[in-house]
Design a protein around this ligand. Sequence first.
Ligand code: FAD
Length: 340
Amino acid sequence: MTAFDADVVIVGGGPVGLVTAIEARLAGLDALVLERHPGVVDKACGEGLMPGALPLLARLGVDPEGMPLRGVSYRSASGAADHRFAGPAGRGVRRTVLHAALRARALAAGARVERMRVTELATDADGVTVGGIRSRWLVGADGLHSTVRRLAGLAGRAGGVHRFGYVRHYALAPWTDLVEVHWSPRVEIYVTPVAPGLVGFAMLGPRRIAFDEALAELPELCARVTGAEHASSLAGAGPLRQRAVAPSRGRVLLVGDASGYVDAITGEGLRLGFAQARAAIASLTGGPAYAPEWRRITRGFRVTASVLVGAAGTPLRRAIVPAARRLPRLYGAIVEQLAR
Ligand SMILES: Cc1cc2nc3c(=O)[nH]c(=O)nc-3n(C[C@H](O)[C@H](O)[C@H](O)COP(=O)(O)OP(=O)(O)OC[C@H]3O[C@@H](n4cnc5c(N)ncnc54)[C@H](O)[C@@H]3O)c2cc1C
């Protein structure tokens, strides 16, 4: 008989890996998280939890502090298009606050978190072994550049444009309860209030665009930050588009960014990752098969994000905010889709 060190090993203790560990514990599985960094982990993120993410967290007993987000405002030199969510608000939550809350809940639920950078993986008929640790199943939650995806033979070729994200925080009193998306000719800057004196600026665009230069092309935002202190150093991530040929193979499942990602343009990564974590663990305990559930969860995101990123890279880019203003019902329907 094979001895297992855990029912499920989760590689990557970011938000989606920790949610997977909590889901596993609630399903009665013994869960071990292997994370390469110690303690609370920060990462470049727009930090907007869409409304649909909050019930997924509340079900797990996680309710992190932050600022209410009541809708989305697309803005450019031509004007602004605002849409307020029809239902409950989302929340801007500093990444470190979210991570600390999830980590504490995972540990309280009985999950183990150990420091390890996973570099190799072996699978056989009844289990998976990483770093000498043996489990029945392995979940790769190790982010955009997933090692598990590669080692499990699940890495695909991501076509299309390569976009990157950069984040900096300013010590500023929030001036809005909307996520503002400022469109310049080259980049989008997402402004998210995350605490009473703290606002995050997340820039999305091509590689090697200097954050301050791009910001200087947006006079409304420049005026806001004049004289404000930087509350974090610049952090980056990318390329954002990543592809897995399938979200699972045998005893290995992928969740979160590791399972494939299009772009942060719709601000949905966390909500999708939490829903994937739930579906992945359910599939191990008698629930529906994971791959069709993964496709169902991500379908709207894959379509909307691909269309928006496609348009953002063409001359149509300049027409996006004016179109959102001229077609408020369509714009509202798209924002409501993100709010689910
Ligand atoms: C600029 C930007 C803005 C964004 N804005 C938003 C937003 O407003 N709202 C939203 O919902 N989403 C947003 N996203 C997306 C969101 O950040 C991601 O979808 C989310 O972080 C995915 O979480 P994850 O746990 O899958 O991956 P990650 O957060 O990347 O966590 C992966 C973890 O795995 C660990 N790891 C990696 N390799 C190994 C290894 N070999 N061994 C052990 N550990 C390993 C890492 O250290 C890390 O802790 C944004 C992304 C970017 C880049």
